[in-house]
Ligand binder design. Structure first.
Ligand code: AP5
Length: 210
């Protein structure tokens, strides 16, 4: 069983949704750089102020900033983990390799129109980071988290214009990592346009096989 995992894929592919399911089932820690950055923005910290301008326009936060976050989290995390949304550049991947050995990289593959539809309809819990979708996976009570009742929010970068920019950024800066990890023998591709349960099953197969 592989327990040091990276979830790689374009915005809206379902990385966060699956990271929550797999982390819970296999008792793994979840390190999500996007959540950490949004938390910093929410607290108005120096890190948040620096990150916000990049996130709001759909660009990547500079490598040195996210590498420092990753280093801190990895050092404070027990053995099994899922890193969700990192690395996103070759430089980040090289940094990660120098910090810790990864056992499997799950690549979430899905067409752009599905990604956009999922993102513009996404709603997130500010307390527990649970992810919902107005069409595919609505909460029991509209606008409220099923788990803690908090008011769900629509991420500021989830409007269509910024979403398309984020997808473009993925293809320019992050997609080269698919080849990078394929050549290291670490890559497993899943069909992320399938339903949540089917994608979970593909991931479980990928982390349980050699
Ligand atoms: P981040 O928060 O990581 O966003 P992202 O990578 O753009 O990914 P998303 O959160 O949009 O999508 P997801 O794949 O997790 O999908 P989800 O499961 O929510 O990063 C935000 C920003 O932070 C970046 O743009 C960048 O600026 C910065 N950043 C973060 N990390 C960085 C790094 N390493 N370097 C530099 N900058 C960094 O699902 C989406 C929706 O679809 C939900 O509504 C969900 O309910 C639904 N859904 C999920 N799976 C399915 C399914 N199988 N079928 C139907 N619906 C589904």
């Amino acid at each position: 069983m592989k327990t040091r995992l990276v979830f790689l894929g374009p915005p809206g592919a379902g990385k966060g949704t699956q990271a929550i399911v797999i982390a819970k089932k296999y008792h793994l820690a979840r390190i999500a750089t996007g959540d950490i950055l949004r938390d910093a923005i929410g607290r108005g910290s120096a890190l948040g102020l620096k990150a916000k301008e990049f996130m709001d326009r759909g660009d990547l936060v500079p490598d040195d900033v996210v590498n420092a976050i990753l280093k801190d989290k990895i050092h404070n995390t027990p053995d099994g983990f899922i890193i969700d949304g990192y690395p996103r550049t070759i430089e980040q991947a090289n940094f990660l390799q120098s910090a810790i050995e990864i056992q499997r990289v799950i690549y979430f593959d899905a067409p752009e129109e599905i990604l956009v539809q999922r993102i513009v309809n996404r709603r997130v819990c500010p307390v527990c980071n649970a992810v919902y979708n107005k069409l595919e996976n609505p909460p029991a009570v509209e606008g409220k988290c099923d788990l803690d009742g908090a008011e769900l929010f629509h991420r500021t970068d989830d409007i269509e214009e910024v979403t398309r920019e984020r997808i473009k950024t993925f293809w320019q800066k992050t997609a080269p990592l698919v080849d990078y990890y394929f050549h290291k023998g670490l890559l497993a591709k899943v069909s992320a346009e399938r339903n949540v349960g089917e994608v979970t099953a593909e991931i479980e197969f990928a982390i349980q096989t050699e």
